[in-house]
Design a binder for this molecule. Sequence first.
Ligand code: ZN
Length: 74
Amino acid sequence: MPARLDDDLELDGYEVRRIDGSRTTKEYVCPDCGNAVERGESHVVVWPEHDNDLRRHWHQHCWRLEVRRSRGAS
Ligand SMILES: [Zn+2]
């Protein structure tokens, strides 16, 4: 069993995985704030269920805000 995510990181329709900083090998660009997710920074990778091609690496705090926004909108 994979470790459960915090409830505030889960969003219906999306797969979310937490990436430990020690396992990151490159920099990514966060789709929310447009800033770099630095190498070595713990973050989350997110993709719509059934669409692996749309994997994006987010700052954890940016994804948390997105979850909050999405829940508020529904
Ligand atoms: Zn960000």
